[in-house]
Design a protein around this ligand. Structure first.
Ligand SMILES: [Zn+2]
Ligand SMILES: [Zn+2]
Length: 556
């Protein structure tokens, strides 16, 4: 049975057949146009340029483009449009431009081109958000469109420290998702526009009130799950629109999720490098950076705030000399800012040699202070210095606290793999990892230990939530480790649950030596523990008072 619809607009839309799926079909008929020419209906091209942010002047002013004529203003706007979309910026209306303009796209205008990259508006002032579903689409059986949108939220939360939680429409959601008419109330999507959303509060295009809209045009377009001729994949479009909700504008990078147009019969369900860099710029990953071979973390020696203080590895103890903000600087490169000193990770003397010491220094913009983050699997990254193309490396593959961090040629060693993304958390007693049972996407699914096989339900990320506590987010579901029912009883189960900020979802890692930590739940003071110290696959994780058991010690 279908859920009740909350909007009767839906029924009006259903009573008439959807228009043929040719987007911006009127522009198809406009002839190729050179400077000074005024073919029939050319004003439709000007309307398009105005609608999507290229002809910005007031059409009533004397400076306005001449309606219907490809004049200098219009030519300049066409050239900007062409440059943004990777076409030769000829400033004339040619066949390639017409083809691009007749693709389906998002309603929000394109930004001024600043380079072949993403653009941003602003970030939210928090990293946890709620969303709710209003009317869905009858194009799709059951509630599958909802799961498609949920999947899109999960994809973003796996890429940057943001978390989403579904609530009911009457629970003041931050984002309200709705299928409806082209004239959706806050905008008019008539034509080839598929959907729209809006930017974070303070940067809104349609205002700044909550909830932020995520509106699909259900009147003119056919919505599907997957690649189907003349139809649009819900997850593909939702992924794009959620990027706007988080503060990203359209990207000029062809193929990026945040590119402004999307084709029918296509699915794009993974973020590109451009999208990931954009979201990391808005929400910089911040926290300890563990190295795989030892479980220890990057640390500024002696908590020194001086220029030239060396970086080494050390057991995690929560000092700000172990917390780094990974800040986007330019395409492909970041700087790593130590939180105790506000200085950056720097290769000493701009040396390009193997073995050069890594230390902290004031930021001055050198290429020995800029690093590429290349994923090398399972949530680990190599950290590559721009000036030398060598990577951060724990000297001599040492296990010892105090072992220096140097630069070295990449050879694939675990002493060169640093935890940046969601990655496994391994129990000391069993060698098995934290795992969401059955790869479940359901709230309340039990968290167990299981042999690592590479599933997204076995990779977790620590996002700081203040006071040395972290939410521990699971990659495949976007949910967090949670003590069931906010229980303070010993033996209470660990489940996954959407993040709502409860103290039963906040964990403090505390070093227990040898590159292991315990995780202390804020609400109870008890620790993450494998029930009965079992070494079996499927053993339930619980909270238990700390007694030093190896089933309470975890390797990051
Ligand atoms: Zn868009
Ligand atoms: Zn709308």
């Amino acid at each position: 049975m279908r859920r009740p619809l909350t909007s009767n607009r839906k029924w009006e839309a259903m009573s008439q057949p959807k228009r043929p799926p040719q987007p911006f079909e009127d522009i198809v008929k406009v002839a190729e146009t050179k400077l000074g020419e005024a073919p029939e209906s050319f004003e439709l091209v000007q309307d398009y340029l105005r609608r999507f942010g290229y002809l910005t002047e007031n059409p009533q002013s004397e400076e306005a483009a001449v309606a219907g004529t490809l004049d200098l203003d219009t030519s300049s706007a066409l050239a900007s449009y062409q440059a943004f979309h990777g076409l030769p910026a000829t400033g004339i209306f040619d066949e390639a431009t017409r083809e691009m303009m007749t693709r389906s796209r998002c309603l929000l205008p394109d930004p001024q081109l600043v380079g072949p990259t993403f653009s941003t508006t602003c970030a939210w002032n928090r990293t946890a958000f709620t969303y709710a579903f209003d009317a869905g689409t009858n194009d799709i059986a059951g509630d599958a469109e909802r799961q498609a949108v949920r999947n899109a939220f999960i994809t973003w939360s796996a890429a940057a420290p943001v978390a989403f939680r579904e609530v009911a429409t009457n629970q003041s959601p931050d984002v309200l998702i709705r299928w409806g008419n082209a004239a959706c109330g806050d905008a008019n999507m008539t034509g080839g526009v598929l959907a729209h959303a809006d930017y974070p509060p303070g940067c809104g295009f349609f205002g700044n009130a909550l909830p932020r809209p995520l509106h699909f045009d259900d009147q003119e377009h056919a919505w599907v799950i997957g690649a189907v001729a003349s139809s649009y994949d819900v997850e593909t479009v939702a992924l794009h629109e959620i990027g706007h909700i988080l503060g990203l504008q359209h990207s000029s990078v062809s193929g990026a999720v945040m590119a402004s147009s999307v084709s029918a019969n296509t699915t794009i369900r993974a973020l590109t490098n451009d999208d990931i860099e954009g979201i990391r710029k808005l929400y910089p990953p911040t926290g300890p950076i563990f190295v795989k071979h030892s479980g220890k973390c990057l640390d500024v020696e002696g908590v020194s705030t001086a220029n030239g203080a060396d970086l080494h590895q050390w057991d995690y103890w929560g000092g700000n000399n172990q917390i780094f903000k990974i800040e986007w600087m330019e395409t492909g490169h970041y700087r790593l800012i130590a939180q105790h000193s506000n200085k950056v990770v720097d290769i000493e003397g701009q040396s390009t040699a193997n073995g050069a010491q890594v230390h902290q220094w004031d930021w001055w913009g050198g290429n020995n202070q800029r690093f590429r983050l290349d994923p090398v699997g399972h949530g680990y990254y190599r950290i590559v210095a721009k000036h030398s193309n060598r990577v951060l490396d724990v000297s001599g593959i040492s296990q010892n606290s105090g072992a220096k961090v140097v630069q070295w040629d990449w050879w694939g060693g675990d002493n060169q793999r640093w935890r940046v993304g969601p990655a496994p958390i391994t129990a000391r007693h069993s060698g098995k990892v934290v795992d969401v049972s059955g790869i479940s996407l359901a709230a309340g699914a039990p968290v167990i230990q299981w042999q690592y096989w590479g599933g997204g339900n076995q990779r977790l990320r620590l996002d700081p939530v203040g006071g040395g506590y972290y939410r521990i987010m699971v990659e495949h579901s976007g949910m967090c480790l949670d003590v069931e029912g906010i229980s303070t009883a010993q033996g209470a189960r660990i489940i996954q649950w959407p993040y709502w900020g409860g103290d039963n979802q906040k964990w403090k890692p505390e070093g227990v030596g040898d590159g292991y930590v315990k995780f202390v739940a804020k609400h109870s003071g008890m620790c993450l523990d494998v029930f009965g110290a079992s070494a079996d696959n499927g053993a339930q994780l619980i909270q238990w008072p700390y007694w030093g058991g190896n089933n309470q010690k975890w390797r990051l």
